[in-house]
Design a protein around this ligand. Sequence first.
Ligand SMILES: Cc1cc2nc3c(=O)[nH]c(=O)nc-3n(C[C@H](O)[C@H](O)[C@H](O)COP(=O)(O)O)c2cc1C
Length: 170
Amino acid sequence: MFFLGTAPSGAHTEPWTFVVVQDPDIKAAIRSIVEEEEDLNYARRMSRQWVADLKPFATDATKPYLCDAPALILVFRQTYSLRNDGKKRMHYYNEISVAIAAGILLTAIQYCGLVALTSTPLNCNARLQNLLSRPSNERLELLLPVGRPHPEATVPDLKRKSLNEIMINV
Ligand SMILES: Cc1cc2nc3c(=O)[nH]c(=O)nc-3n(C[C@H](O)[C@H](O)[C@H](O)COP(=O)(O)O)c2cc1C
């Protein structure tokens, strides 16, 4: 895990905590929280358009991979920390700093021959923060189940934008 913590961050504030969960009971507790909230998300909290846009990916509120994956990495974003004198230390640009760190982590996972799902469980922050005893200055940003690909896994054949659509030479 040499790459963890090597991402650049605003004013070198390192605003991230990576919680690695391998305990089957904690994974089951996480699954239960996420599935309960996702039931409500799909039924009430997400717009009809949002649910319709997800249709091609066949996702729903059932998340067996949260128990099947050997490890879950929960990426928490620290909005601030406390100095030794108790004063708040602001974490500048904490969102983009954690996003860069997560990108490096996903790249490293792929490079190791493993796979991950970039998931963002809606409305689960408070309950997962409580379950994992994370402090109130941290917010859950990503939940990454990590492991080897299932032998029968398939991935959608998605088309990417071409280089000249996304890169502009001036
Ligand atoms: C910021 C972000 C949030 C995502 N949240 C979820 C999620 O909560 N659940 C899920 O199953 N997939 C989630 N995904 C996975 C995307 O649905 C997946 O990456 C997409 O279907 C595949 O297209 P892509 O390769 O262009 O990203 C998320 C991806 C990103 C980047």
